[in-house]
Design a protein around this ligand. Structure first.
Ligand SMILES: CC(C)(COP(=O)(O)OP(=O)(O)OC[C@H]1O[C@@H](n2cnc3c(N)ncnc32)[C@H](O)[C@@H]1OP(=O)(O)O)[C@@H](O)C(=O)NCCC(=O)NCCS
Length: 184
């Protein structure tokens, strides 16, 4: 088995068979993800096995990123001060909108694999166009505690979690270097 993470391609990937156990995440993947990626409203990446030679490859997991923005007044002052975001008026961010691993493959650390890929993609994009935070909205307490294991912090005044892009830049200097030297 050789796992790979690539952009969702509906002509190659079996969307229908995917189920992570959360109906809202499954519905997004079945009905919205491909169109949103095609229209460049979001980008979905899927985890598959390159040794799977079916006409439509089984999707083991996926995640979705989309650009996001905060207004100054939406950000609590403690976080704004800590991240030096005060008086920017508009605060650039990236939203990790969806993350799911298909039920049969849960508890084999595919979630962390997808999350690390998402961290690297979000950091690369932020190095190119700006992005101070990676934010996410956990669907329930279990998802919240999953994200909290990976350094996500609580954003005051709501249920949202965030990770400072500067933290990711320290973790993945190779991504920063690649973005800076990228000519495309
Ligand atoms: C949440 C989800 C993505 C995790 O993916 P996974 O591949 O099953 O993750 P694993 O169970 O292999 O866990 C990886 C690590 O996170 C930990 N973990 C998993 N779920 C956790 C939870 N609810 N709370 C705390 N830690 C958790 C595991 O203990 C493991 O750590 P370890 O290797 O140090 O023991 C997956 O279970 C899923 O798709 N759930 C349904 C949809 C969902 O909740 N999505 C979250 C986004 S809103």
């Amino acid at each position: 088995m050789r796992l790979t993470i690539t952009p969702l391609d509906p002509s190659m990937h079996n969307r229908r068979a995917f189920s992570c156990g959360s109906s809202s995440i499954d519905t997004y993947f079945h009905e919205v993800a491909a169109q949103a990626s095609k229209q460049l409203h979001a980008q979905t990446y899927v985890l598959t096995d390159t040794d799977d030679h079916s006409a439509l490859r089984t999707v083991l997991g996926f995640y979705t990123l989309t650009p996001h923005e905060y207004r100054d007044e939406e950000m609590d002052s403690t976080t704004a001060r800590a991240l030096k975001l005060k008086n920017l008026r508009r605060i650039p961010a990236i939203l990790l909108g969806q993350l799911g691993v298909t039920v049969d493959w849960q508890h084999r650390r595919l979630g962390p694999m997808l999350l690390e890929h998402a961290f690297r993609k979000a950091l690369f994009a932020s190095c190119c166009v700006g992005g101070a935070l990676l934010v996410t909205d956990p669907i329930d307490d279990a998802a919240r505690s999953f994200y909290r294991r990976f350094e996500f912090q609580e954003l005051a005044g709501g249920s949202r979690l965030y990770l400072a892009m500067k933290t990711l830049a320290k973790l993945y200097p190779d991504v920063v270097a690649a973005a800076k030297s990228s000519v495309a």
